[in-house]
Design a protein around this ligand. Structure first.
Ligand code: F6P
Length: 549
């Protein structure tokens, strides 16, 4: 299907946005006492309030028409059926099968895939229990006290995010650290506090070829073998990968190889063997809860009508913001310290999936695709970039995330956190006009001259959109629901933009050039085929290096 922005569905939305030009959120709330109820959806202990976005019933109806014209329902079914919807790589995108208890379609292939998933989960569980209980030890017989998980992108962002988010559910004293950057400082600083005898190293790489991960893995292997001898590799390493051949060549024992498959994309892989550190940290029952939360959301996404479907609603609002209203970025603001790493996870999820300009048919897409996803935890963000959110020239929709209940007993902290979260979305929406600002300053006792001078700076335009995701408590099931929500939201956007959300060709050129440049960095002088800027920089690097040595 070619996406056609001249179609009625797109043009109706464009016209509607012009009709809405003078409407404000304050007006929408004033004329509809029930707006919160009508523009929020609750699924068990998970509530999404999208009432503070500039939209009406008509907006949602027009967006739903666009979704229908984009064959969203058919495309959802295609994804769950396991057809090769990742057309440029001829692969299925079946991360939903990783959290399913039954095959997501009756095809023989999916039944076989589910069997493999269950076998893999059971192998992971046995291994995790062996590590937790101390039955599996390092080469000198000492139990493991530390885990270094080495990976990059989807092979680290999901697991590190979930381990931190679910820290209160951690079952044991094994400390898990994540090494991701090829900058040696990352590995060096983490290894320097560890004892090789009690350290287990997980190499997480779907391809087992990624330059940064493999370099970190080889350096970690040297660190282990120097301290404990070459035979210790079998005891101290495990691989989470689809590349059995490469893991064997590295020295990983087959029983320490945890498999994933080409139908699991990197940024959707935390549910697979890539999630082994999560399982080790929180135990198998909690890990299953994480999967079950995501599975519940999958069922909701697959079966619920478009009007009440959380990922559909969020995906369509995102289309409204980006392609119709032209907003350039979207901020994720968890008022939840333990969700600090969720921002980077969603960033990869949305920007690597939909940061593309080519249709599924190979032609250029006629509208803007994914904007920049960014953010920071609240309340920290309030004291850095919220100035721009409130008074800057760009409108940036925000997602606010907050739990009703904390895991600690510092109740006053949690109440303050909640108050700040809600106050910010309220301030973004309501704003404060010039007259209100002057009254406010007058009440504070300022002189009239000061009021006139300060008031223009202290007004707030308001009418700035936000969505609030509120959950009972950040437990494994809720985290599963939350991540799956963003996965499917991303899918919905990709369907409407007619993008293949499951490939990532945009990362390839830089990877190829890095190999060429590496050769140049190592040779002397830099080869002449490099562009002048790059060769100039390399020459300068060499001169700075000589000056130090
Ligand atoms: O460079 C991008 C990417 O391919 C991501 O899509 C992926 O999550 C990451 O690199 C890591 O890849 P691998 O798991 O194969 O090492």
């Amino acid at each position: 299907m070619i996406m056609n922005t001249a179609s009625n569905a797109w043009q109706n939305l464009k016209q509607h946005s012009r009709d809405m030009k003078n409407t404000t959120l304050n007006q929408l709330f004033e004329c509809d006492a029930d707006r919160f109820n009508r523009f929020s959806v609750c699924l068990d202990d998970f509530l999404v309030d999208y009432s503070k976005n500039l939209l009406t019933d008509e907006t949602m109806a027009l967006l739903a028409q666009l979704a229908i014209k984009s064959n969203l329902v058919e495309r959802i079914n295609e994804m769950f059926s396991g057809s090769a919807i990742n057309i440029s790589e001829n692969r299925a995108a079946l991360h939903t099968l990783l959290r399913a208890s039954k095959p997501t379609s009756p095809s023989g292939m999916n039944i076989e895939r589910l069997k493999q998933v269950q076998e893999s989960l059971s192998k992971m569980t046995t291994f995790a229990e062996g590590i937790q209980s101390g039955k599996l030890t390092g080469s000198t017989g000492k139990p493991f006290k530390n885990i270094l998980h080495i990976g990059v992108g989807g092979s680290v962002l999901g697991p590190s995010m979930a381990v931190k988010a679910l820290a209160p559910y951690s079952k044991n004293a094994i400390a898990i650290q994540f090494v991701t950057n090829v900058d040696g400082a990352d590995l060096h600083d983490k290894m320097s506090n560890l004892d090789p005898e009690t350290t287990l190293i997980l190499i997480a790489s779907k391809t087992f070829l990624t330059q940064e991960t493999m370099l970190n893995a080889r350096s970690a292997r040297t660190w282990i073998t120097k301290a404990l001898g070459t035979k210790s590799v079998g005891n101290h390493f495990a691989a989470l990968s689809s590349n059995l051949k490469q893991t064997e060549e590295f020295g990983i024992l087959p029983e320490r190889h945890f498999e994933l498959w080409d139908w699991v994309g990197g940024r959707y892989s935390l549910w697979s063997a890539i999630g082994l550190p999560i399982l080790i940290s929180i135990g198998s029952e909690n890990f299953r809860q994480l999967l079950s939360g995501a599975h519940q959301l999958d069922n909701h996404f697959r079966n619920c009508s478009l009007e009440k479907n959380i990922p559909v609603i969020l995906g369509l609002i995102s289309i409204w913001h980006r392609s119709i209203l032209g907003y350039k970025s979207h901020a994720i603001i968890p008022y939840d310290q333990r969700l600090e790493l969720l921002i980077a996870h969603i960033q990869q999820l949305q920007m690597e999936s939909n940061g593309k300009s080519i249709n599924r048919d190979g032609s250029k897409i006629p509208t803007d695709s994914s904007g920049v996803i960014w953010g920071e935890v609240g309340t920290n963000a309030q004291h850095s970039f919220f100035q721009l959110l409130h008074q800057g020239s760009d409108i940036i929709p925000c997602d606010f995330l907050i739990a009703a209940n904390a895991h600690h007993d510092l109740q006053h902290h949690h109440e303050t956190l909640i108050a700040n979260c809600f106050a910010q979305s309220q301030a973004l929406m309501k704003g404060r006009n010039l007259e209100e600002t002057k009254t406010h300053l007058r009440k504070k006792g300022l002189l009239q001259a000061d009021i006139e001078r300060i008031a223009p700076h202290a007004t707030f335009p308001g009418n700035r959109p936000s969505t609030t995701i509120l959950y009972k408590k950040l437990d494994p099931k809720t985290l599963g629901m939350l991540i799956a929500t963003y996965e499917h939201k991303t899918f919905v956007e990709g369907v409407v933009w007619n993008i293949n959300s499951f490939d990532q060709w945009g990362v390839e050129l830089g990877k190829e050039l890095a190999n060429q440049v590496l050769a140049a960095v190592k040779t002397e002088p830099a080869p002449s085929e490099l562009d002048r800027s790059t060769s100039g920089l390399i020459d300068q690097i060499k001169s700075f290096q000589k000056a130090i040595n």
